[in-house]
Design a binder for this molecule. Structure first.
Ligand SMILES: Cc1cc2nc3c(=O)[nH]c(=O)nc-3n(C[C@H](O)[C@H](O)[C@H](O)COP(=O)(O)OP(=O)(O)OC[C@H]3O[C@@H](n4cnc5c(N)ncnc54)[C@H](O)[C@@H]3O)c2cc1C
Length: 235
């Protein structure tokens, strides 16, 4: 059952930099004591009456008392400045959980996830939960970034691929040194090269609007039904 969004209070227990631009924040839930959410959902943080910023939950719903947000602060707007300022002990208010970018386990199709940079956040939550709770069916992740330093959680996905042969991981970057062994180019180009058949395929894409559109066009050109491409637009 989908949980209705509600006002929540939490407290920062840790904040750390994952890369030059990405900050991960652990929040201990205060009210309610545990957040009942589905992997892939987000919370909204208010900044005045008409201003909110949405943040997907990066952690797995198997952990409900402490949730993790993961934020790219490069946009440098009010949300980024707020995240940069957070320190242990700070109170945080938000509304949530909300959003429909969630994985349907009962769906028999093969799942392919495509993330553009910080768009990995809801997908990381989905994949963490799937593999923590035993998911034997094939799934894949194409994770694109401008360069390898921006592939947050890369080590985690490599480890997942080693431990679960049914999970395929394809990191892809625009720029890399000669020794880079993953995909090169843009996200949609990697999708074009790596997806050989769209038969019984369900794709989840998260990132910027331009990438979502390009990825969908590539898949539709391969014969995919538009509705089989689910997406979450961060920017
Ligand atoms: C459903 C949803 C979930 C989201 N979850 C996350 C999340 O988990 N982590 C996260 O970092 N952000 C997430 N975002 C984006 C986030 O809500 C903010 O838009 C973003 O952090 C920028 O906020 P800001 O106030 O710093 O900058 P703003 O002043 O709001 O934005 C400045 C400009 O940067 C663009 N922009 C925003 N984000 C990016 C980006 N990453 N790369 C390039 N351009 C960008 C905006 O479109 C805008 O034009 C999510 C957005 C949505 C709609």
């Amino acid at each position: 059952m989908a949980q209705k969004p509600r006002q929540c209070r939490a407290e920062v227990i840790a904040a750390r930099a994952l890369t030059r631009d990405v900050i991960e924040v652990d929040l201990r839930m205060v009210e309610p004591e545990a957040l009942d959410f589905q992997a892939g959902q987000w919370v909204s943080v208010p900044f005045g009456p008409k201003n909110v910023r949405a943040y997907s939950v990066a952690s797995s719903p198997t952990r409900r008392r402490v949730i993790t947000l993961s934020v790219d602060v490069a946009p440098a707007g009010m949300g980024s400045e707020w995240v940069r300022s957070l320190k242990p002990g700070d109170p945080v208010q938000f509304k949530g959980p909300t959003g429909g970018f969630v994985f349907t386990r009962a769906d028999p199709r093969r799942a392919l996830f495509v993330a553009e940079e910080i768009g990995i956040v809801p997908i990381r939550s989905i994949l963490s939960e799937l593999y923590e709770t035993g998911y034997g069916r094939p799934s894949g992740l194409i994770f694109w970034a401008r360069d390898p330093s921006r592939l947050v959680y890369d080590a985690e996905f490599r480890s997942l691929a080693r431990r679960f042969p049914s999970f395929s991981y394809f990191p892809a970057v625009r720029e890399a040194e000669a020794r880079w062994r993953g995909e090169r180019g843009e996200a949609h180009e990697a999708v074009d090269r790596l997806v050989h058949s769209v038969d019984r395929l369900l794709v989840y894409v998260c990132g910027g609007e331009a990438t979502i559109k390009q990825v969908r066009e590539v898949l539709v050109r391969k014969g995919m039904d538009r509705k089989s491409v689910r997406w979450e637009k961060f920017w």
